[in-house]
Design a protein around this ligand. Structure first.
Ligand code: SAH
Length: 283
């Protein structure tokens, strides 16, 4: 497979010895890696990858050493520091280092801390963005993260903080009132508390929600539910992280945009799920 993919012609940057490139791998489907990501994989001596990086992506760096630096669910930050310092050591040893992280490295991925540590140690860096699960994962479920009839803003939140608790610093009232669509990363553990906080802040109990698990991978599964039923439905379905929770009426668009179901022969459930009663493009 690795030989069959070539980069389009152009001036691709060179990963020099002693540099670290922090790269987003996208949410799962290897095709969602960027061309800069592929260019990086082609040159790296060592690839340090996270738990959520789709393993087949590593096949595109067959010559490189692959080092797993997985860490799931709010473990102590000492481990994070170890990873960052390991990157520093590798760079100082003259390696071409690729730090590959799930989704986008700067979205709830501690990429900022790793990059800062590298810069503080004088290691030159390049950042390669990736498709974040909260956008690309929803798109694979047929949910537009913004949709003109639904939301003019979207809020991305994390469902737990560094300690693994529900983030106490978040003002759930402000989020509930300020954003029509709320996209929650790492929300499964505290889903009940999050749903309760949003309903207490005035979001309707029957507001549409979707849980998109292992988005964009072969194991993708999607649960459509409501704020009030979300916790029980997740428990009953047996769905497991990684999952993105989406709260808001854009979830309804899945009834017309579930392109994966349509590709396997299902008819759209409702051509006008928001009940506009007019063609989609008319103002
Ligand atoms: N940097 C990543 C997010 C890392 S935090 C990004 O930009 O996507 C890890 C959380 O991301 C998971 O707990 C889950 O909420 C979400 N996530 C990552 N990959 C996912 C996937 N394939 N499907 C569903 N959720 C995913």
């Amino acid at each position: 497979m690795s030989d069959s993919i070539t980069l389009p012609g152009g001036d691709w940057p060179t990963l020099e010895p002693g540099w670290v490139w922090l790269c987003g791998a996208g949410p799962g489907d290897p095709g969602l890696l960027t061309l800069h990501g592929l260019n990086a994989l082609r040159q790296a001596d060592v690839v340090i990858y996270d738990a959520l990086v789709e393993k087949t992506i590593l096949d595109w760096a067959p010559e490189a050493e692959h080092v797993y630096a997985g860490k799931r669910g709010g473990k102590p930050s000492a481990q994070q520091r170890d990873i960052s310092l390991h990157l520093v050591d590798l760079a100082r040893a003259g390696k071409r280092v690729l730090r590959l992280k799930g989704g986008d490295p700067f979205v709830f991925g501690r990429g900022g801390e790793e990059a800062q540590t590298l810069v503080q140690h004088g290691v030159p860096i390049r950042i390669i963005p990736g498709i974040s699960a909260g956008i690309g994962g929803l798109a694979y479920a047929g949910i537009p993260v913004t949709h003109r009839d639904v939301n003019q803003s979207v809020t991305f939140v994390t469902g737990h903080d560094q300690s693994g608790e529900a983030p106490s610093s978040l003002n759930w009232n402000a989020i509930a009132q300020g954003s029509q669509v709320i996209v929650i990363y790492m929300g499964m553990k505290h889903v009940q508390r999050i749903a309760d906080a949003l309903m207490a802040a005035g979001r309707p109990a029957d507001e549409p929600c979707a849980i998109v698990c292992s988005a964009t991978t072969g194991d993708q599964s999607v649960l459509e539910t409501t704020l009030a039923r979300m916790t029980a439905d997740i428990a009953e379905s047996g769905l497991e992280p990684p999952a993105i929770l989406c709260v808001g009426r854009s979830v309804l668009m899945r009834q017309v945009l579930d392109w994966q179901a349509m590709a396997s022969g299902s008819a759209p459930r409702d051509l006008d799920p928001l009940g506009r009663g007019r063609p989609a493009e008319r103002a």
